[in-house]
Design a protein around this ligand. Structure first.
Ligand SMILES: [Zn+2]
Length: 241
């Protein structure tokens, strides 16, 4: 077994594994996060719409109440007016007239209330219509974005599968013990198992390593690991990198 050849395969494997890690991050974290945010936005728009609808419903209830109130008061005026002609004394007549005046004053207050409510309703209905139109537009836009991201996730899945096949073939060509070490490091060192040694410094943890480490790496007799992070080391110039 030639160490340098094994390292060459590991460098290639690392390239694929780093790419895979990135793709999986996209597929499992980034894209689902984007989807969740879009769905949340859609929900909050719908909530805004239903709160506007609810506000309108409340105003309409108020309007009904006021209209009923108005009817009752108008009925009372009609009754009082009918009574006018049955009254015997001037005093009773005057008192009734005052009562009617007071009833009419109440009626105009209620009528003003109703006009205000109708104005409010008009305003709220206009707002609702705007929100509905905006929501429809945004909903279409968001739904398009959602299908785009779902398609991207499908593409990522295919790309990952393809790359995993490639990785498995390459991994099967690596010496079993070396592969075991590499995979252990891959798992415990944030997906980075083999790194270049550049000007005596580890490409993984950036620790400066003594010159004898560089000399040892250059010989490619054994695997050399960083003293600090234990990642496997190589020199880029030895692999035309
Ligand atoms: Zn290191």
């Amino acid at each position: 077994m030639q160490i340098k050849e094994e390292i060459r395969k590991l460098i290639e494997l690392q390239k694929i594994d780093s790419h895979l890690l990135n793709l999986k991050q996209q597929k499992d974290v980034i894209k689902p996060g984007e989807l969740a945010r879009l769905k949340e936005t859609l929900e909050s728009k719908k909530t805004e719409l239903s709160s506007k609808e609810e506000a309108i419903k409340q105003i309409q209830i108020k309007r009904k109440e006021k209209e009923l109130d108005l009817e009752t008061r108008e009925e009372a005026i009609r009754k009082a007016q009918a009574q006018l002609y049955q009254l015997k004394t001037n005093q009773e007549y005057k008192a009734k007239l005052r009562e009617i005046e007071s009833l009419k004053a109440d009626v105009s207050v209620v009528e003003e209330d109703i006009i205000r409510i109708l104005d409010e309703l008009e305003k709220k209905n206009k707002e609702l219509k705007e929100v509905q139109e905006k929501l429809q537009e945004e909903e279409d836009k968001i739904k398009k974005e959602i299908s785009k991201i779902e398609a991207e996730i499908k593409n990522l899945e295919a790309e990952i599968k393809n790359l995993e096949n490639k990785r498995n073939i390459l991994a099967s060509e690596v010496d079993k013990n070396i592969l075991k070490k590499y995979e252990y490091l891959l798992q415990h060192r944030g997906g980075l198992a083999i790194v270049p040694l550049r000007n005596g410094s580890c490409g993984g943890c950036f620790m400066n390593l003594p010159p004898e480490i560089t000399n040892k790496v250059k010989q490619y007799k054994d695997l050399v690991q960083c003293e600090m992070c234990a990642r496997l080391l190589y020199l880029e110039e030895d692999f035309n990198l």
